[in-house]
Design a binder for this molecule. Structure first.
Ligand code: NAI
Ligand code: SOE
Length: 385
């Protein structure tokens, strides 16, 4: 019997909302039938471009549409909780952008509401879906590195380097009490736990706000926007961090370190990790995602190029093209959504099969971890999870 196509509505049609539409078009088992954005002109523009029949200004109206099976939340962070709550209470499956919520109280409430429903929930920790990240996980968990001595890395960006750089992400009432930690540290921490198969057990953090006052452009301020000389600005106080340095202890006592910064000149979107094992080491970064470095002590180092014929079968599932055909950031969304939609289509939630993708449980855990990091920085002490 031919399976029903799944019908989707996207809330928030900015940077990542548009990327969701593009990724969903490429998985082929669903139709995006509606978009909603408080900026109705933008929603209409996106709907025209992608030939999407329904456009709403109010997200409540999109959620009310009985034809929609799955709701994607791609709004600023402060709306994740109210939108997800309404969507689940209305019986929709939900794919929510990270961070899941502004704080643990909200995140736990969502987890409970979802737990009492038949709805599938996913959080967009899409960076796990780079094929060589999947390969690193297979190698680490398959014991190819032997005992793991340490896990370390960085997530660096430069789009907040100047005090004239501004977006809603620097306003804690919209973005939440942590910024660099929740915005980009969340991806690194989720990936580290995914690769190691262990949660973070304790953290000790040092954080800094390099620009305690930023110049907010009187016109719009967009993430990744070029700084401009002829803008008019107002001074605003900033209470979230540009930088965080963490000491980490993972569950089975593996030590880790992480530097997070949104003010590192020249680093556009640089997520890097290195795992040191007793037999070998692995290193990978998101600006060069189709190569993984394998370090050895008593032989030549190796460079593994993303190629379905060279990686573990489990990692090959997340590759759509042969070796030499580069895949990147947009493909991570596609691979994540493919897993979520196939799971919904197969009704695996009704069969009680565990979700293979990041769920609200993972989203809630990372929100709690971000809060623990802030608590550690404020108390100048280790905080146990
Ligand atoms: P953005 O500012 O480009 O887009 C947000 C959109 O939401 C805007 O078009 C805005 O008008 C709309 N919006 C605001 N209030 C609304 C409301 N009440 N109802 C409907 N729409 C409303 O922001 P961006 O960069 O797309 O980020 C959105 C979310 O996605 C954030 O939570 C961010 O953390 C996450 N994100 C995740 C990425 C990933 O790799 N997983 C990448 C970029 C963003
Ligand atoms: C901005 O810092 C941002 O777009 C994050 O919100 C994303 O999650 C990350 O993928 C890239 O940078």
């Amino acid at each position: 019997m031919k399976k029903q196509r799944i019908k989707t509505g996207i809330i928030g049609t900015g940077f990542i909302g548009a990327a969701h539409i593009e990724a969903l078009r490429r998985i082929g088992i669903c139709d995006v039938i509606a978009v909603a954005d408080i900026n109705l002109d933008l929603a209409k523009k996106i709907a025209r471009r992608w030939d999407i029949p329904l456009t709403y200004e109010r997200y409540e109206d999109l959620i009310k549409n009985p034809d929609i099976d799955v709701v994607h939340i791609a709004t600023p962070n402060n709306l994740h909780y109210p939108v997800a709550e309404l969507a689940i209470r209305s019986g929709k499956h939900v794919v929510c952008e990270k961070p899941l919520a502004l704080n643990t109280k909200e995140a736990k409430a969502l987890l409970e509401i979802a737990g009492n429903s038949n709805c599938v929930t996913a959080v967009s920790f899409n960076l796990r879906y780079y094929p060589l990240v999947q390969q690193a996980r297979k190698m680490v968990q398959g014991n190819s590195l032997g005992r793991i001595f340490s896990y370390h890395g960085r997530y660096l960006q430069d789009w907040l380097l100047f005090d004239t750089d501004y977006s809603w992400r620097v306003d804690s009432s919209i973005s939440g009490p942590t910024r660099a930690i929740s915005d980009i540290g969340s991806h690194w921490l989720d990936m580290a736990e995914y690769i190691l198969g262990q949660r973070v057990a304790a953290v000790c953090a040092d954080i800094r706000t390099f620009h305690p006052v930023r110049k907010k452009p009187k016109a719009s301020g967009k993430t990744f926007q070029k700084a401009s000389e002829d803008q008019e600005y107002e001074n605003v106080e900033i209470d979230t961090e540009d930088y965080a340095a963490l000491l980490i202890r993972f569950e089975n006592d593996v030590p880790g370190t992480l530097t997070i910064s949104q003010a590192s000149a020249g680093r556009k979107n640089y997520l890097e990790f290195e795992v040191d094992g007793e037999k070998k080491a692995l290193s990978w970064n998101s600006e060069n995602p189709n190569e993984m470095w394998i370090g050895k002590r008593d032989s030549f180092n190796q460079l593994l190029i993303k190629d379905p014929s060279l990686v573990d079968e489990g990692a090959a599932q997340f590759i759509s093209f042969p070796g030499g055909h580069t895949e990147g950031f947009p493909d991570t969304q596609k691979q994540l959504f493919k897993q979520v939609y196939e799971y919904i289509q197969e009704e695996n939630h009704i069969k009680g099969i565990a979700a293979p993708f990041p769920t609200f449980k993972d989203g809630c855990h990372i929100v709690a971890l971000s809060e623990a990091i802030l608590q550690s920085a404020r108390s100048h002490a280790w905080v146990e999870l």
